[in-house]
Every structure is written in structure tokens, then in C-alpha cells.
Design a protein around this ligand. Structure first.
Ligand code: NDP
Length: 408
């Protein structure tokens, strides 16, 4: 096998980003081979992936699911099947691996993504929660171990594309030691967001919003958790935090701009008055192909953009009264330390409860705010403290949930 063919691990292969990544990889078998794929419990979907894409290793974080997968695929195809959370880190840091797509949803993605950084891999980061929880630590580990970090979130990938190529190189490897975009004439980052399904929905009906309505995003097809985050606009809040770490900027240097068509994926304003935008159809295969091929451009399978058909691009200000999660995310950045891990953990538990119809849509922000006001944060980037505060926030929200269900 040619030495220039890169071995790839896809963490979260059964998800929306994972499947899009497998699609792009399958278009470039002369450049990439699939080393490992991972999932949690979706055994049938994983079996199908193994049959279609033939990885060397398949990991199910849930050990009972790993046993089921073994039974399903035995005598059918040759694949090493591993079970358990530690195996996620093993395949993220394994010696033959060059590239790791970090696309597990939520804080469980932190440890395998950190392992990939510590093993000096090229990391394609979709799992924004890892950076939100442990941004300082994560960026330091990337720099210390010679890893390369490329953003997958469409907005951050767009910002990356709007920066000059020498600076892109610095950004991927230097963690927080890069000089910052200001030194390259950047005046402001414009982080765009569609505003989700409830941008114009009557505010007095917000407490009646159902999980089905919330996951039906007008422009993007995504997993359930990020779809709800888009509906509350916590996704934009998490992305604001992500942008601060990735591009070494303060939250004041980032303006959130609502752009309902999702054609412009973000912009960079320079001090000579130029504003560069990256555009494309809303399909995650574009940022995935961009990061896989970087610094080269490779095909993604995405339909070419027809601007005549799009015809209009609109912009408006984000309303923090309508979307309190935006305000809470800014507050967490201002507080610093583990407050972002606390915000993230409270959001994960509250979103799960909403998806299970235990709470109303409006309770999500309320629970996060209560958690931030009750769980003290620490000014540290110690992994132990981050995980302890994450746990404390989860316990607090679960306790509130039990009180709420007792009240019903
Ligand atoms: P999905 O819900 O579609 O997929 C999540 C993946 O994570 C699945 O493979 C799932 O496995 C796996 N997973 C879930 N829980 C665990 C666990 N406890 N241990 C190990 N693996 C687990 O999510 P998305 O693809 O939508 O999102 C993935 C990440 O990418 C998120 O962080 C999201 O914010 C980010 N992102 C997503 C975008 C999108 O367009 N979807 C855009 C930008 C960022 P199983 O299927 O077995 O449950």
C-alpha cells in the first residue's frame, strides 16, 4: 500500500457527521484508507458500515453492543471488534492512524479527542463540546504534541478558509501560541447562524414547542442534540466559545449575525474594509472535504451553489432575549475556567430531558442558568477539575429534574 495513503479513524461513524465523512472518504480511496470506525449502541448501522466501507477495526463504546456486533459479523467479514470507552481512545491514538475525525456527540468525545492530540494526529474537530469543556487544555496539548487541528463546524471551517494560508498553517499547529488574527489585519470575525426553526416563532408559544418541531432544522440535517442546540441557539453560543479557542480571539472580536439562508457559513472582516465570506450549499461534506484535503482542495460530492436560484442573502441581529442561551454562553466565557464545562454539561442533560419530553423547551435555558448560578466554577484547566465540575453540573440538573417531576 502506498505510504502517501492516509489512515483515518472516524469517531462517531454512525452519526450525521460520521456518515458524511465516510461518503467523502469513499470518493478518495487513492488518498485515504479507513482504519477504524466507532459508535455507541447502533449495532445494525455499524454492521452496515463495516460491510460497505471495510475498516480494520470497529469499536462499540457500549460493550454489550460490541458483543452483538461480533455475533452479527462473524463468518461474514474480517474486522477486529473492540468494546468499551477506552477502545475509543486506543483507535484515536493508534500508531498507524494519520487522521482522526472527532464526531462523537457531547462531552464523551473529550477523552478520545485528547488522546488523538497527545498522539500528534491530524484532528478534524466536529465535537465542539470537547473544546468548550477543555479549550485551554486541548489547545495546549495540540501544540505540545505536534498535532494538527482543523475545524469541521461549517462556521469555523468557513472562518479558517477566509484567513490567509500562512496563518492557517500557524493556526493548525500552534495552539494558543499563534499571534492572533489581529496581527494579520483581521478586524472582526462574523459568525453566522440561521437562527434555527424558531427565529420568528411567537415567543409566547415557546413553552409549547415539541421535540419534533425543535429537531426539524430548516436548512441542515443533523443529529438530535445539535438540532435542539440550534433551536435554542445554544449551538451558536457553543460555537462562540469554540471560535475564541480556535482563533485565539476574545468574544468581543466575534459578532453573531443571523443569516437565514445558510449559504454564507461565516465571514472575516479585515482592517482595510474587506469582508471575506465562504459560501456553499448547506452540506457538511464541504467542510469535511476541505479539512481532509487541506491544504489541497478535493471533491466532496456537494451540489454546486446556484446563486441565481438562491437570489437573496439576508442578515439580521441575533436577539438574546429570544435566545437566552446566547447570553449564558457569553457569561460562561466571561467567567472563564470551568464555567464553560458547567454550561456544556447542564445543556447536555437538559437537552436530553427535553428530547425525552420531560421538560418544556423554555426549561432548557432556565436549568442551565440555575446550574451556572449554583455550581461554583474554578479558574483552572486541570482535567480532573473540569471532569469534577462537569459531574457536579450534571448531578445538579438531574436533581432539579427530579424535583420538577415530583411537582407534576
Ligand atoms: P449524531 O447524534 O448524529 O451522532 C453521534 C455519534 O456519536 C454516533 O456515532 C453515536 O453512536 C456516537 N455516540 C453517542 N454517544 C456516545 C457514547 N457515549 N460513546 C461513544 N460514542 C457515542 O451527532 P452529529 O453527527 O450530528 O454530531 C456529532 C458532533 O459534531 C457533535 O459534537 C456536533 O455538535 C458536531 N457537529 C455536527 C454537525 C452536523 O451537521 N451534524 C455540524 C457541526 C458540528 P450511536 O449511533 O451508536 O449512538
Amino acid at each position: 500500500m502506498s505510504a502517501s495513503i492516509k489512515a483515518v479513524t472516524v469517531l462517531g461513524a454512525t452519526g450525521s457527521i460520521g456518515l458524511s465523512t465516510l461518503d467523502v472518504l469513499s470518493r478518495h480511496t487513492d488518498r485515504f484508507r479507513l482504519y477504524a470506525v466507532t459508535a455507541n449502541t447502533q449495532v445494525e448501522k455499524m454492521a452496515e458500515i463495516c460491510r460497505n466501507y471495510r475498516p480494520e477495526v470497529a469499536v462499540m463504546a457500549d460493550t454489550a453492543s460490541a458483543e452483538q456486533l461480533k455475533k452479527l459479523l462473524q463468518n461474514e467479514i474480517e474486522v477486529t471488534i473492540l468494546g468499551g470507552a477506552e477502545a475509543l481512545s486506543e483507535v484515536a491514538s493508534a500508531e498507524p492512524v494519520d487522521v482522526v475525525m472527532a464526531a462523537i456527540v457531547g462531552s464523551v468525545g473529550l477523552m478520545p479527542t485528547l488522546s488523538a492530540a497527545r498522539a500528534g494526529k491530524r484532528i478534524l474537530l466536529a465535537n465542539k463540546e470537547a473544546l468548550v469543556m477543555a479549550g485551554h487544555l486541548f489547545m495546549s496539548e495540540v501544540e505540545k504534541h505536534g498535532a494538527e487541528l482543523l475545524p469541521i463546524d461549517s462556521e469555523h471551517n468557513a472562518i479558517f478558509q477566509c484567513l490567509e494560508s500562512n496563518y492557517q498553517r500557524e493556526l493548525t499547529t500552534q495552539g494558543l501560541n499563534n499571534e492572533g488574527p489581529e496581527s494579520k489585519g483581521v478586524a472582526k470575525i462574523l459568525l453566522t447562524g440561521s437562527g434555527g426553526p424558531f427565529r420568528e416563532y411567537p415567543l409566547d408559544k415557546f413553552d409549547e414547542i415539541t421535540p419534533e418541531q425543535a429537531v426539524a432544522h430548516p436548512n441542515w440535517s443533523m443529529g438530535p442534540k445539535i438540532s435542539v442546540d440550534s433551536a435554542t441557539m445554544m449551538n451558536k453560543g457553543l460555537e462562540l466559545i469554540e471560535a475564541c479557542w480556535l482563533f485565539n480571539v476574545s468574544h468581543d472580536d466575534v459578532e453573531i449575525v443571523l443569516h437565514k439562508q445558510s449559504i454564507i457559513h461565516s465571514m472575516v472582516a479585515y482592517n482595510d474594509g474587506s469582508v471575506l465570506a465562504q459560501m456553499g450549499n448547506p452540506d457538511m461534506r464541504t467542510p469535511i472535504a476541505n479539512a481532509l484535503g487541506w491544504p489541497e482542495r478535493i471533491s466532496s460530492g456537494v451540489e454546486p451553489l446556484d446563486l441565481i436560484q438562491v437570489s437573496q442573502l439576508n442578515f439580521e441581529k441575533a436577539d438574546e432575549n429570544r435566545f437566552p442561551c446566547l447570553r449564558l454562553a457569553r457569561q460562561a466565557i466571561q467567567r472563564g475556567g470551568t464555567s464553560m464545562a458547567i454550561l456544556n454539561a447542564a445543556n447536555e442533560v437538559a437537552v436530553q430531558a427535553f428530547l425525552q419530553s420531560q421538560i418544556a423547551f423554555t426549561h432548557i435555558a432556565e436549568l442551565i442558568e440555575q446550574t451556572m448560578n449554583n455550581i461554583p466554577h474554578q479558574q483552572t484547566d486541570s482535567l480532573q477539575q473540569i471532569l469534577a465540575d462537569d459531574q457536579a453540573a450534571r448531578e445538579f440538573v438531574n436533581h432539579q429534574l427530579s424535583l420538577m417531576s415530583a411537582d407534576c
